[in-house]
Ligand binder design. Structure first.
Ligand SMILES: Cc1cc2nc3c(=O)[nH]c(=O)nc-3n(C[C@H](O)[C@H](O)[C@H](O)COP(=O)(O)O)c2cc1C
Length: 173
């Protein structure tokens, strides 16, 4: 474990985007790919990390999507989404769906209960019906009711911290 001098002053900033990113980039997260397929259309997927588990009963989750994202209309039309949490071996999948939102060959399988396509090899999946959409500044907040879940024990998560990828190391199970 790294020892820190807790009396050393923190870098303090305003709320400009650099300070905002430095602050929230310090909150290490997993990485997910959100996917959907509107009726009669091709599927769409995007890399995200703005995931929160909101409520247990009813089972609700959310993610935040940039208002200007090319994918937003498809998620609204579909009325469903899957949050596919990535394993440490899926960094290339994260990079791909951050820039190209059409499905790569063999990346996705059939939908589960909601109909949203499921990422092959995902660490865990929250399959959701779109429940509510809220405004959140320059993002939209997509809240989903979780209708099916899945997870695997034999893999570990891809992490994101200060703009870079990591993993949890050998000591964590
Ligand atoms: C690790 C990671 C996490 C991201 N998280 C989000 C997110 O939560 N919400 C979001 O709108 N974009 C997020 N992005 C950016 C999108 O994946 C995408 O690059 C961006 O929306 C630009 O693509 P678009 O304009 O075609 O949608 C993330 C990217 C990476 C690499």
């Amino acid at each position: 474990m790294t020892m820190i001098d807790e009396h050393a002053p923190m870098t303090r900033g305003a709320t400009d985007s650099a300070a905002f990113r430095a602050t929230f980039g310090s909150f290490a997260t997993g990485v997910a790919v959100a996917s959907c397929r509107p009726d009669g259309e091709e599927g769409v997927a995007i890399t995200i990390n703005s995931v929160a588990s909101v409520s247990l009963n009813p089972a609700l989750t959310l993610f935040c999507l940039d208002e200007t994202s090319a994918t937003i209309a498809a998620f609204l039309r579909a009325g469903h989404f899957a949050l596919n949490f990535l394993t440490e071996d899926q960094q290339a999948i994260s990079n791909r769906y951050a820039r190209d939102h059409s499905f790569g060959t063999g990346d996705f399988g059939d939908g589960w209960k909601s109909g949203a396509p499921i990422l092959n090899g995902a660490l865990a999946v929250a399959d959701c019906v779109l429940h509510d959409v809220y405004g959140g500044g320059d993002h939209r907040i997509l809240m989903g009711q979780v209708v099916e879940t899945g997870w695997r024990q034999d893999a570990r998560p891809l992490l994101y911290f200060r703009g870079g990828y990591g993993n949890i190391g050998d000591s964590a199970s």
